[in-house]
Ligand binder design. Structure first.
Ligand code: SAM
Length: 273
């Protein structure tokens, strides 16, 4: 099956409410320091690395960028190089095409691993490997900074089905096959299984899903597909009941289904020796 991320060339900042403030908060949590070695894992076009460089242009950091999709990796290469050129800085940036579930970086290599909206892209068994791999490549005392949607038993099934339907209508078959959104509880289990002892939610954001934002970016402007997505979501919201629709502040107007969820940035630390 071809990798749908080789075709899904969109900007997440335009289909979500990711703002500069959120990236500022992320960089504050990463707290980058001179001389550190930092991995942007599942980087896409590398907005995380670009945010660190943009906010801390003078820090001499060794950047590593890992991506499974060759198309996304090329986007990262172009955008990070252009940013560094535009601010007149030279940095060591290593790009690698590989899966987060089987990285070939050495043990105890990174001060920090940052991974934004990636864990859910991998099937369950691969998620266990990804978090264990991150633990392995972090130095003692090193930190994992992971951004994802905060889900619980009352939202996870809806959220999974919502994206499965959208991805299926968009023709993103590998996303339909692989994506596995998990609850916060299941995520904490992955951290403990990998032997992270200290972890916490460092920051929570409001995340607003709008079906209409996907019309041109992902559904190729096909209004029938947007209507099919909306009909599916309306039926699911009705099945979930009043409590769910209040909790997610569900609205439907002008061909747009709007729902609110939470996202969070988690910080986990590998014990120092
Ligand atoms: C939702 S995007 C997020 C990209 C970027 N981190 C950001 O926040 O803009 C998910 C990214 O994970 C990548 N990805 C999917 N499976 C992966 C894997 N097994 N290993 C590494 N990256 C993967 C996809 O190619 C895609 O670029």
């Amino acid at each position: 099956m071809k990798n749908s991320y080789d075709e899904r060339v969109i900007r997440y900042e335009s289909v979500t409410n990711f703002s500069d403030d959120m990236f500022d908060d992320l960089v504050a949590i990463i707290n980058p320091q001179d001389g550190e070695v930092i991995l942007d894992c599942g980087a896409g076009y590398a907005p995380v690395t670009q945010a660190i460089i943009g906010k801390e242009p003078m820090l001499d950091i060794e950047y590593y960028i890992l991506e499974y999709s060759i198309v996304q990796l090329q986007r990262a290469q172009i955008e990070v190089s252009e940013l560094l050129d535009s601010i007149g800085q030279i940095r060591s940036v290593s790009y690698q095409q590989n899966s987060a579930a089987s990285m070939d970086y050495p043990d105890n290599f990174f001060d920090k691993v940052v991974t934004k909206m990636v864990l859910h892209e991998l099937p369950a068994g691969e998620q266990i490997k990804m978090i264990s791999e991150i633990f392995r490549i972090l130095k003692p005392g090193g930190k994992l900074i992971l951004w994802q949607t905060i889900l619980d038993d009352s939202t996870v099934h809806f959220y999974r089905n919502m994206f499965r339907k959208k991805d299926s209508l968009a023709g993103y078959d590998s996303l339909v096959e692989n994506r596995n959104f998990i609850t916060q509880e299941a995520f904490y289990y992955l951290l403990e299984n990998a032997r992270f002892e200290k972890y916490d939610l460092a920051k929570a954001f409001i995340y607003n899903f709008n079906s209409k934002y996907r019309l041109y970016s992902e559904l190729k402007g096909d209004l029938e597909k947007l209507k099919a997505l909306n009909t599916y979501l309306l039926e699911m919201v009705e099945t979930e009941g009043q409590g769910f629709s209040e909790k997610t502040q569900f609205t439907f107007e002008d061909d747009n289904v709007s729902l609110f969820f939470k996202q969070g940035v988690y910080l986990a630390q590998k014990a120092s020796i």
